[in-house]
Write a protein that binds this ligand. Structure first.
Ligand code: ZN
Ligand code: ZN
Length: 333
């Protein structure tokens, strides 16, 4: 999950970002990209230089450039807080992530100026008037490639007010963020096992097609198999299967094929380890061929879940039906 923070200078974004960091969130600031660029060119990272360089990068590479660079660093199994979001195009880019929420931190300008002064940041303008003028440029005066904090605030999923002491502010923010964290969708069991089957397929050594199956009993994987040449035989991708390596047309020279199928290998793997597959569910990345279907039937498998439909699968599906085996196709995104 990614929580983006937007808000004017001194609103408390950094306080909230640090709080979330302490809670295990990974931190990225879009302005780090600008800072890195300035440093590379030997320019001091003053507030004005940051604004100018940020606008320059947006003009040259599009207004979503900083967000696009940050998106490259996001992994979907982690929680992130992304600070310094200042343009609607950045939000649009970040919304391309599967789980992105934008939080707007709001506080009155007088309070924000006082906080900035108290923080002792040397980049803070010397007077309230200067602070206010600089902010006007950030609020929407920077043109299409410039900053537009007001438009960003309007796109927020929630606004948290920070007009008082810090603890109640953080507590309010937490009340907004916690439901987002709890609401993280999980894959259902079918999708879970099918995705695992897809990973298993990556181990296939067959050069023609990569297929795999996992056999599941009581929501536990008891066997896996991927297609390829039998144990002790040169791998298909090392030239072991003459048919695959001759790139034989579909359905031809099948009697020469040395590659076992994924379902076949999952069933045989269970036999190898002396595990009964009676009453189990087989998840396969392709609908089973006739040969594998016969093994599924006689192995006592009760359910077959497949992802893609194999072109030669109609007879096999008919056999499954007649044998009383439940089967269904599930689509994966
Ligand atoms: Zn092969
Ligand atoms: Zn097969």
């Amino acid at each position: 999950m990614v929580i983006g923070l937007t808000g004017a200078n001194g609103s408390g974004k950094t306080t909230l970002a640090n709080y979330l960091r302490d809670k295990g969130f990974y931190y990225h600031s879009l302005s780090d990209e600008i800072r890195a660029d300035l440093e590379a060119n030997g320019v001091a990272p003053t507030r004005e230089n940051l604004i100018e360089k940020g606008n320059d990068l947006r003009r040259r590479f599009g207004p979503g450039v900083l967000a696009a660079r940050t998106v490259q660093r996001i992994q979907n199994d982690r929680n992130y807080v992304v600070d310094s979001i200042r343009h609607p195009k950045e939000i649009e880019t970040l919304r391309g992530l599967p789980r992105f929420f934008l939080l707007h931190v709001d506080a009155p300008i007088e309070l924000r100026y006082r906080r900035a002064v108290e923080r002792g940041d040397p980049r803070t303008p010397k007077s309230f008037e200067e602070f206010s003028a600089l902010e006007q440029r950030e609020r929407g005066g920077g043109g299409a490639a410039g900053q537009d904090l007001d438009a960003c605030a309007a796109l927020a999923d929630a606004t948290v007010s920070n007009d008082g002491p810090v603890e109640p502010f953080l507590a309010r923010a937490e009340q907004v963020i916690l439901p987002w964290m709890r609401d993280e969708p999980r894959p259902g069991w079918d999708e879970y096992f099918m995705r695992i089957a897809r990973i298993v397929a990556l181990r296939s050594n067959c050069i023609k097609r990569k297929v795999a199956a996992v056999i599941v009993q009581d929501r536990r994987i008891i066997s896996t198999g991927y297609n390829g040449t039998p144990r002790g035989i040169t791998n298909c991708n090392e030239g072991g299967c003459p048919r695959c390596n001759a790139l034989a047309a579909s359905g031809t020279r099948l009697d020469e094929c040395l590659c076992s199928h994924g379902e076949e290998n999952a069933i045989v793997q269970a036999a190898y380890h002396g595990i009964s597959i009676k009453g189990s569910t087989l998840y396969t990345t392709f609908s089973p061929c006739l040969q594998c279907t016969k093994m599924i039937v006689n192995g006592g498998i009760a359910d077959v879940v497949y992802n893609a439909a194999y072109p030669m699968g109609d007879t096999a599906l008919r056999v499954l039906k007649e044998a009383g085996i439940r089967y269904q196709q599930i689509e994966l995104s």
